[in-house]
Design a binder for this molecule. Structure first.
Ligand code: BMA
Length: 326
């Protein structure tokens, strides 16, 4: 069914058609992994990274772990979304308050265009993980803002517009370790500094998403509600397995889940998803969208090691969520 999708027109979106005979709702790029772990000199891995359309091409903020295994944020640029030029020097944020600007680590960035600039949220080391925030106009200068929340919190995901006049964010309160629990919450802010009116969105559910859930890419506004992708985790005798699901949230009250997939839509099955620094992880963090055609390109981290692409049609995904909902 054709649905209303409120989003950008991106006729040159990086795209590969669904392979003959593929019955999946999401299919992978034949070029995966599109960014190998060792693209940067001295680098250990590049994964869980966010990209946006920028000046006729693409720009992004990348999670690059070096060989000391410190996680840092680096900017990158690409003409086609596939071949990336990543700056080997980490992003240096300009900040007002050195207590906040003091860098410990930064990982799992999301980038969200709101009104006049690109906002960046990430997991920021500040006496434990919390939601760091910053912005850029040009991917040249970066400005750091106050952390959105107290530790411990991860997976801060901004909505691309104000809702009833207020900025909105999903986040996932956690602990300072590997967190074997976790629900997604919704928070609002008038100024991007003070966040409140916290609402519960979703808890873990059965099967693949029974240990914890966390937000993924920036939500997409559709006629059926906010379309989100999220990760869901199960604890097995060999540790966590990270898979991805999708949900539709109410447009006016996004803490209300309308539909949510009972089955996963992407799971670690390819060698590059099953073997790496952390085996069995797919972790979607960004999408590109061509609203008129409903083509959606998903950037995801694989096995905490490299960066991959997958594709789907938003119309098909919405129908799938509705007919396979919990
Ligand atoms: C989470 C984060 C992610 C990572 C995942 C799997 O807690 O650290 O960056 O992909 O674990 O290790």
């Amino acid at each position: 069914m054709k649905h209303t999708i409120n989003g950008s027109t991106l006729p040159n979106i990086i795209w590969e058609e669904k392979p003959e005979g593929c019955n999946e709702i999401i299919w992978r790029s034949k070029s995966n992994p599109i960014i190998p772990r060792n693209l940067l000199p001295g680098g250990n891995s590049i994964f869980n990274s966010a990209v946006v359309p920028f000046e006729g091409g693409y720009a992004g903020v990348f999670r690059c772990d070096d060989k000391t295994l410190t996680a840092r944020l680096h900017k990158g640029f690409s003409k086609d979304g596939l071949h990336w030029n990543i700056d080997p020097t980490p992003i240096k944020f300009t900040y007002d308050n050195e207590l906040i600007g003091k860098f410990e680590y930064g990982y799992d960035p999301r980038v969200c265009w709101i009104e006049d600039r690109y906002y960046i949220t990430w997991c920021n080391g500040y006496y434990g993980p919390t939601i760091g925030m910053g912005y850029t106009y040009d991917f040249n200068e970066f400005f750091q803002m106050e952390n959105a929340f107290l530790p411990y919190n991860r997976n801060g995901v901004l909505f691309p517009r104000r809702i009833h006049g207020r900025y909105a964010m999903l986040s996932r309160p956690s602990d300072d370790r590997h967190t074997d629990f976790g629900d997604i919450f919704y928070s609002e802010s008038q100024d991007m500094i003070y966040w409140g009116r916290h609402r519960h969105v979703m808890s873990p559910a059965g099967g693949w998403q029974c240990t914890k859930v966390g937000g993924g890419p920036v939500p997409i506004e559709t006629g059926e509600g906010w379309l989100i992708l999220y990760h869901g985790v199960i604890t097995t005798c060999n540790g966590f397995i990270y898979r991805a699901g999708a949900a539709l949230l109410d447009i006016d009250q996004p803490w209300k889940v309308k539909y949510r997939t009972a089955p996963y839509i992407l799971s670690p099955q390819m060698l590059y998803e099953c073997v790496g620094d952390v085996p069995n992880v797919v972790f979607p963090v960004a999408t590109l969208l061509d609203a008129p055609t409903g083509r959606m390109t998903i950037y995801y981290g694989a096995a905490d090691t490299c960066t991959c692409l997958a594709y789907c049609y938003v119309d098909e995904l919405i129908d799938f969520i509705k007919s396979n909902s919990l």
